[in-house]
Design a protein around this ligand. Structure first.
Ligand code: SAM
Length: 226
């Protein structure tokens, strides 16, 4: 006898109510996007029934899809209204990319693992998120050819905010990322005002490392992370 698949729409609505609205996610556009993007299609098949659980999940290659609340919080901090060009660093499963693509005009997302980038690009294309483009590379260097960006979201932690990302942020733009290492990280939001950046410290978080020229090096990883 075949088992009936879970009612994902109902699980998603409950996730929005109990994990997002019940906390501090108030932007109706973010809540709408999170209630529409099918998170279960971005996680490995054997974990689909856990896709709407209140935490991160493994996606292979020692990487994770972030907790729904963290995806919503970081998205809300970007304050997107529909006309923006967004850079995401750390595509992972592509779930956060899909949420961003519902809220912005164009999303470029960079992933250092080619296999993850390929899988995410495939799921995004199948679901019709055609304003999202996945690129393989070191996102700590940004994407100078497509800059400036109205918003930049980094989903892996670096010791400091990479200078190329600051340089590629448009005036008035918002950059959200975790800053720190294995011992502790702070989610920060930077808002650019000409040659100045206002820095807001939002909340303690725990992310995988941003590995690259302006992030952690492979040597740092061996010494400090594992
Ligand atoms: N936002 C993702 C999602 O919704 O599934 C989760 C991203 S996961 C927490 C962080 C990702 O950053 C991993 O896939 C990792 O391979 C990637 N990453 C780490 N360093 C990177 C770099 N320098 N450039 C691009 N991607 C990087």
């Amino acid at each position: 006898m075949r088992r009936r698949s879970p009612n994902y729409k109902m699980l998603r609505e409950r996730m929005v109510r109990e994990q997002l609205v019940a906390r501090d996610i108030t932007d109706p556009l973010v809540l709408k996007a999170m209630s529409e993007v099918p998170r279960h299609l971005f996680v490995p098949e054997e974990l689909r029934s856990k896709a709407y659980y209140d935490g991160p999940l493994p996606i292979g290659y020692d990487q994770t899809i972030s907790q729904p609340y963290i995806v919503a919080l970081m998205t809300q901090l970007l304050d997107l209204r529909g006309g923006e060009t967004v850079l995401e660093v750390g595509t992972g499963s592509g779930y956060q990319t899909a949420v961003l693509s519902r809220l912005a005009k164009q999303v470029f997302s960079i992933e250092r693992h080619a296999a993850l980038a390929e899988r995410a690009g495939h799921v995004l294309a199948q679901l019709g998120y055609h304003n999202a483009e996945v690129v393989v590379g070191d996102g700590s260097q940004g994407l100078p050819d497509q800059a400036p960006f109205d918003a930049i979201l980094v989903t892996a932690a670096a010791p400091d905010v990479p200078e190329p990302l600051k340089a590629q942020l448009a005036d008035g733009g918002r950059l959200v990322m975790p800053v720190g290492g294995p011992g502790g990280q702070m989610l920060e939001r930077l808002i650019r005002d000409g040659s100045k950046w206002r820095v807001e410290r939002i909340a303690p978080v725990m992310f995988v490392p941003l590995i690259g020229r302006h992030g952690w090096s492979e040597e740092d990883l061996k010494r400090e992370w594992f």
